[in-house]
Design a protein around this ligand. Structure first.
Ligand SMILES: Cc1cc2nc3c(=O)[nH]c(=O)nc-3n(C[C@H](O)[C@H](O)[C@H](O)COP(=O)(O)OP(=O)(O)OC[C@H]3O[C@@H](n4cnc5c(N)ncnc54)[C@H](O)[C@@H]3O)c2cc1C
Length: 543
């Protein structure tokens, strides 16, 4: 937090937690806060003229290179239809496989029963790193443990979309309750994800995640963000909510009364309840107590008498594939191990691609923690492997180049073969030779929530008329209003192009085409618009 000036000042209890211990900032999602800071740092360091760090984008790693001693000495990647090699030790960070629904996928092999579910994962989550590891004899672990999260957000006009937004677990942490189609609670909202999902299967959909005023006030940035995206709805009163659900308002009154009373009894007599509680002890909460994992922790409860006049933020939720606990097996140094349990020299992994870190069901917040912890462990041990006794601690900020130390041409430099490594399969060629000023556009800072970032890449050569960064007006209305606004929106064509051809558009003056790739990790937050005067019919995305 200190090194990257991160705001992770708020502490919350999430599902399955026996104590509040997950950090986030007052605004934005924690993953966004963490990864943007890391991306920005590496981008700055990559501007050095000595090539200390180099970023290669739009590339797909396909194979690990091994030497005769079975050490990993590099990888093969494909970019723009051409194959390249990169030499040196490898740290795999390719994520999980929760979005691969092909018949050859790890999901189809290990969890065919989940193939019908939607997912919160981006289309890049296809388990490539696991497959590349398996191909060179790396050991895998726990591939059958795939987490189904209870709170995938259903967009009412696209109920069957295969990719869903996720309702952050913190929404339940601040006091969100889950109601069935009849307006009744049926589970401990702060139980583990597998438990809450299991109870949803037994009850009647649609399920609603409901935040009263106190709860939503505590996490208002998120609520407005989801509302702006059309996956959450603001109700001026509980009476309006009951009407929309098609139930009598008194049902909501009774549900809230019972919940409130249970919370008060729990406060007065923590061990006197009738039912078993999660993770231990007793609960007074009948609705969840009967499931055997009753509720013990309450936050922002309201009485039934408040309900009909109380404003609510409400989302329809459904179980979604969310996280892969399994992956490549690692040791304490984050080295990938082989089938004999021995570390494979020169091969490390970190993040979701690594298996066995979380047991059979990861708790909320622990993935980002795991990415950071094992990311650092892997980085340290990989550096030791490369540098031996020459390793010394370095402050990243000191690596940021001064103006005189910067590369003349921002953007990618030629891949440099690693010392002692064999020559690349093919001489790297300069890709993307645009006739239009794509380079300039790629370097254009885009404002998202007031912070500049690079989020847009142009595919192919397009006759670009103008690039219009949308800053304040969009940031204010996009996801920030009480209701989704109609003057701006996020356009995401369905099907295989879903993450490739989407764009924010605003106002009638702008046209959008599918010739734009918004960089996946940033895509929901990159605001801007390209005005393209003519489609390029040679481009796969324009056709
Ligand atoms: C919607 C959502 C919300 C979440 N919220 C939280 C949270 O609040 N707290 C928490 O702890 N966890 C959360 N998680 C889980 C956590 O975000 C992920 O587990 C974590 O981001 C995984 O990070 P990673 O770097 O391992 O993989 P990813 O973030 O998936 O990144 C993998 C990268 O590898 C690239 N890649 C894949 N294959 C190849 C290839 N063959 N060649 C080149 N590149 C490749 C991908 O393009 C991608 O950039 C959430 C997950 C989702 C989906």
């Amino acid at each position: 937090m200190d090194k990257f000036d991160l705001d992770l000042s708020l502490l919350a209890r999430l599902g399955g937690h026996s104590a509040p211990r997950t950090h986030r900032g007052a605004e934005r999602f924690p993953g966004m806060t963490i990864t943007y800071a890391l991306i920005q740092m590496v981008e700055k360091i990559s501007e050095r003229s000595d090539g200390l760090a180099r970023i290669v984008t739009k590339a797909k790693a396909t194979k690990l290179l091994m030497n005769k001693a079975n050490a990993c000495v590099g990888c093969v990647y494909e970019k723009g239809g051409i194959e390249f090699q990169e030499h040196g030790p490898v740290i795999i960070c390719t994520g999980g496989f929760g979005a691969d629904f092909t018949s050859e996928s790890l999901l189809a092999k290990y969890r065919p029963d989940l193939m019908h579910l939607p997912t919160t994962n981006g289309e890049h989550c296809t388990g490539d790193g696991i497959k590349m590891g398996e191909a060179i004899g790396a050991k895998t672990i726990d591939l059958e443990w795939v987490q189904v999260h209870p709170t995938g957000l259903v967009k009412p006009d696209e109920p069957d979309a295969k990719i869903k937004f996720l309702a952050a677990e913190a929404l339940r942490g601040v006091g969100g309750i889950i109601l069935d189609a009849n307006g009744k609670r049926f589970a401990n909202e702060l139980g583990r994800r597998d438990y809450v999902t299991g109870e949803m299967w037994k009850n009647k959909p649609p399920f609603r995640l409901c935040l009263n005023k106190a709860a939503s006030d505590e996490i208002i940035w998120h609520c407005k963000h989801y509302t702006g995206r059309g996956v959450m709805k603001f109700y001026a009163s509980g009476a309006d909510l009951a009407k929309d659900m098609g139930i009598d308002g008194q049902v909501l009154v009774s549900t809230h009364d019972a919940h409130y009373e249970a919370s008060k009894k729990q406060e007065a007599d923590p061990e006197g309840g009738k039912w078993p509680a999660y993770p231990s002890g007793k609960t007074h909460d009948e609705a969840s107590g009967k499931t055997g994992s009753g509720k013990k922790f309450y936050h922002n409860c309201i009485t039934g008498s408040q309900v009909l006049a109380e404003p609510f933020y409400v989302a329809i939720i459904t179980p979604v594939i969310h996280y892969c606990m399994g992956g490549l097996e690692i040791d304490v140094n984050s080295s990938v191990i082989n089938s004999n349990g021995k570390a494979i020299p020169g091969l490390y992994c970190a993040g979701e691609v690594a298996g066995g870190v979380h047991g059979n069901n990861r708790l909320g917040g622990n993935s980002l923690l795991d990415c950071v912890v094992f990311g650092r462990v892997a980085g340290l041990h990989c550096a030791q492997y490369m540098l031996g006794g020459d390793l010394k601690e370095t402050n990243l900020k000191e690596l940021i180049p001064k103006d005189t130390e910067k590369k003349k041409q921002p953007g990618e430099s030629k891949p440099a073969p690693a010392a002692g490594a064999s020559a690349p399969a093919k001489e790297p060629v300069q890709l993307d030779k645009p006739e239009v000023p794509v380079g300039e556009l790629q370097a254009w800072p885009i404002e998202h929530f007031g912070k500049p970032s690079l989020g847009i890449e142009i595919l192919g050569n397009h006759p670009i008329q103008a690039f219009v960064p949308i800053t304040e007006p969009l940031a204010e209305c996009f996801g920030m209003g009480e209701e989704p606004c109609t003057c701006c929106g996020l356009f995401a064509p369905p099907g295989p192009e879903k993450n490739k051809a989407m764009f924010v558009f605003g106002g009638g003056a702008m046209i959008t085409t599918g010739c734009i790739l918004v960089h996946a990790p940033l895509w929901p937050f990159a605001f801007g618009a390209l005005v393209i005067s003519k489609f390029n019919m040679d481009c796969a995305y324009c056709k």
